[in-house]
Design a protein around this ligand. Sequence first.
Ligand code: SF4
Ligand code: SF4
Length: 413
Amino acid sequence: MQTNLADFIRDTPEGREAEEILRKCVHCGFCTATCPTYQLLGDELDGPRGRIYLIKQVLEGQPATEKTRLHLDRCLTCRSCESTCPSGVQYGRLADIGRHVVEQQVPRTGVDRLTRAALREFVPRGKLFGAALGVGRLLRPLLPRALADKVAPAEAAGPWPAPRHARRMIALSGCVQPAMRPAINAATARVLDRLGISLLEEARAGCCGAVRFHLHDQHGGRDDARRNIDAWWPAVAGGEVEAIVVTASGCGVQVRDYGHLLKDDPAYAVKAARIAAISRDVAEVVAAEADTLKALLAGGTGPRRRIAFHAPCSLQHGLKIRGTVEGLLTAAGFELTPVRDAHLCCGSAGTYSLLQPELSGRLRDDKLAALQDGGAQCIVSANVGCIEHLAAGARLPIRHWIELIDEKVTQTA
Ligand code: SF4
Ligand code: SF4
């Protein structure tokens, strides 16, 4: 695609990156067919090709309007279009650049502005979020249904094994996950312990930065990344840990991007690239130890449970991990049920479910029907956001897949 970027952005790092991405797009429109919002709304401007045009126009100097912002707001940033694109167009990166410019040209007002500010300040603060969730649980019977559905019941994490192995990794604890689903990281620690790896958490680390970054506070998102790097760096630089393990694939995508996000920061560029390079989704860590896991689970008995796996967009399109979790679950003795349109987003998409409730709700209904129609007894996923979003409307239990592996491994102890 021929471009002629406006003076305000042409010679900036963002301008150069956007130009390179735009040039790759050949307008073929293949991406449109796999875009969830195009499928729902049928408007070219609510598909990737139309959004790329909108961003191009703005970067070429045409003023953005509220309509431009609306079509970009409706995008889930699911990156299904990237998986489909034959030309390797990095839509997600272009969307980050375009949204930032549009946000400055068309400032938000009223409730929209307040809602986003509240989410930016509240969600990444894990302790504050946990305290509010505790109050919400007490008041749940009095809350309106839409709000009550978002208040997850309390769960016990179970024991976290004391460090005993030479091989060590650090888990990202994140912001909302410790309060909503503390069992996920604890289950990961138990499984890895049986695989010969001790998992640690670093209390000074927190939100991966995705919440603020994608709510148009890119500076704040980068600060979250710097804080995490500072927290992990002594153990990484000292060779005490070999990887940063992430159990929420949405956060995993952000951590994997630290090198890119901080490439122009002389104090952090090298550290950020190193942290990104050693970040691993828990599926990658367990898959690397598949033989040990298989030996542990050999001879297991009991009926095969039927499981439906929801592959988060951040796992399949962002981290490009496809088939790994399914392979681990099958090897552990679970039967995976077929799930149609598995490439499509469930509508969670970070804070999208709160900011675009109508579209998000329609995507959730479609996804739940696809997951529940195959006769599964349980649904599993790989991202806390998807798990909570789906759980609010599901008739089946929804868990992280590592919890099922943990149950199997624990039975063999
Ligand atoms: S990121 Fe997802 S919602 Fe956005 S344009 Fe691409 S496919 Fe559509
Ligand atoms: S599939 Fe790729 S090249 Fe084709 S229109 Fe979409 S982004 Fe552009």
